[in-house]
Design a protein around this ligand. Structure first.
Ligand code: BES
Ligand code: MN
Ligand code: MN
Length: 455
């Protein structure tokens, strides 16, 4: 532990500068115009892996954005840890809400402010630096592989095929991922559940062109009015989703399991204050942690149509659009939910409009066992660096590729995330505490040690 702490202390500034170099590359996977930045990011990571001591590192192209692969095999009889992370980030918009520029990292109040500071550059880069630390201090106890992708934020469309094509190369005993949160610095936790996802864009078309809203208003169905009503009908007064069959496969937790969950600390007043709301709203009969952890939900992620520019234009729009996401829980299957949603949404369209439903992406949730060598190693490592035994929690977020890893590679993942909910991932002013960046780097070698000793 002293060796680890010393190395981090001596190299703190350089670690940060190197992370900043990566953050400065605007690798937004959703934007075509950032394609050259994706290539720059992969080269940067490849070089970092070599510098950190990898025997081999390469950028592998896919149908979409490339994957960075690297490895160090010290002894084929030893276990292998596969690190997964993503170098792509969400778009930074709306830019005017950022206090400092999203791709020019800045330290304020002990936190790194930038897009990707937490999700996932700050988090996966801890693994590169921990790997360097173990190499430089001759404490690497096992084999390591890195798979850093560039399409996580757009649903990992190429990664499942990539895994199928490189099964041998990616063989490992555990997949270690830092891309989730913990409850608080003084209440460490390990994510043992992720939600699945079904994500759609819908288009409602009324008249064949935009019309004068006075001349035609009242005579034809307005697609924006219609879409609003259709969306409103997707949930009832108890915030229960009305899609037929939607809850059929939902795993209901026993009273005992719910009591267990309720032991995780949760401060509703602080939670409300953090996000600026005066009331928490969700499905009737469930607590907030249950609503995000074990219950499925439906949310409109974007809605548009008609005239949204500056000033006035009295127009009756021809089209209206929305992006709708559903978060799923065990044992819902996203492919099943996709079918139910499409069928339902078309069925509720009234006369006078036509509806187009397009699936954007999605995938399955994940539940990780807590009695495995990986969980116990993560628990022991975190307890040592954070001073408290971590609590297992279920997160509301999704990393659909994790269930594909299990299916294609036959390997479980451990979600050892160091983010905080207050890190504002996907939002303006995303940030990551410096203390977590450094503590993460100290925790990872301990995970390697305990995992290798116990497997
Ligand atoms: N790292 C997040 C997921 C996450 C964050 C899980 C915090 C648990 C706690 C990931 O990058 C992400 O944003 N996933 C997307 C899904 C993806 C298919 C676009 C999400 O959850 O919206
Ligand atoms: Mn992420
Ligand atoms: Mn994300």
């Amino acid at each position: 532990m002293e060796v680890i702490k010393d190395y981090v202390e001596k190299n703190k500034e350089r670690f940060l500068e190197e992370l900043f170099g990566l953050i400065r590359i605007p690798s937004v996977s959703a934007n075509e115009k950032n394609k050259p930045d994706m290539a720059r990011a992969t080269e940067y990571i490849k070089k970092s892996l070599f510098d950190a001591g990898a025997d081999h590192a390469e950028v592998i192209s896919t149908d979409g954005h490339p994957v960075v692969y690297g490895e160090k095999i010290i002894d084929s009889s030893l276990p292998t840890i596969l690190i997964y992370g993503h170098y792509d980030v969400q778009p930074a918009e709306p830019l005017d809400l950022w206090k400092s520029k999203p791709f020019e990292p800045e330290i304020r109040d002990g936190k790194i402010y930038a897009r990707g500071a937490d999700d996932d550059k700050g988090q996966f880069f801890m693994h590169v630096k921990a790997f360097e630390l173990m190499n430089k201090t001759s404490t690497l106890p096992c084999n390591v592989k890195f798979m850093i992708e560039g399409e996580e934020e757009i649903g990992s469309p190429s990664l499942k095929t990539f895994c199928q094509a490189h099964r041998e190369k990616l063989s490992s005993d555990i997949i270690l991922i830092s891309d989730t949160t913990m409850i608080a610095s003084d209440t460490p936790s390990i994510t043992v559940g992720l939600r699945g996802l079904s994500y759609f864009e819908v288009e409602v078309t009324g008249p064949n062109r935009d019309l004068h809203s006075g001349l035609y208003g009242g005579a034809v169905a307005n697609p924006v009015n219609v879409l609003s009503k259709m969306i409103a009908s997707l949930t009832d007064e108890n915030n229960h989703i009305t899609i037929e069959g939607f809850y059929d496969d939902v795993l209901e937790l026993s009273d005992q399991e719910r009591a267990e969950m309720a032991r995780a600390p949760f401060d509703a007043e602080q939670y409300k204050k953090d996000i600026g709301v005066d009331e928490l709203v969700g499905e009737k009969g469930y607590t907030t942690l249950e609503r995000t952890g074990i219950r499925p939900t439906l949310d409109v992620c974007g809605i548009w149509g008609g005239y949204t520019g500056e000033g006035a234009k009295t127009v009756l729009p021809s089209k209206a659009y929305a992006k709708i996401s559903m978060r799923l829980v065990p044992h819902q299957k996203s492919t099943e939910i996709d079918k139910l949603f499409e069928k339902h949404f078309k069925a509720i369209a009234p006369a006078g409009v036509s509806v187009k439903v397009t699936r954007l992406h999605g995938g399955e949730g994940y539940v990780a066992p807590t009695d495995t060598p990986a969980y116990l190693a993560a628990s022991k490592a975190i307890e040592q660096t954070f001073g408290k035994k971590p609590i297992p929690t279920r997160s509301g977020g999704s990393i659909p590729i994790v269930s594909d890893f299990e299916e294609v590679l036959g390997v479980k993942s451990i979600l050892m995330g160091f983010g905080l909910e207050s890190d504002a991932i996907h939002s303006p002013n995303e940030n990551y505490p410096l203390s977590h960046f450094y503590k993460g780097i100290e925790t990872i070698p301990l995970f390697y040690k305990y995992f290798t000793e116990n497997i």
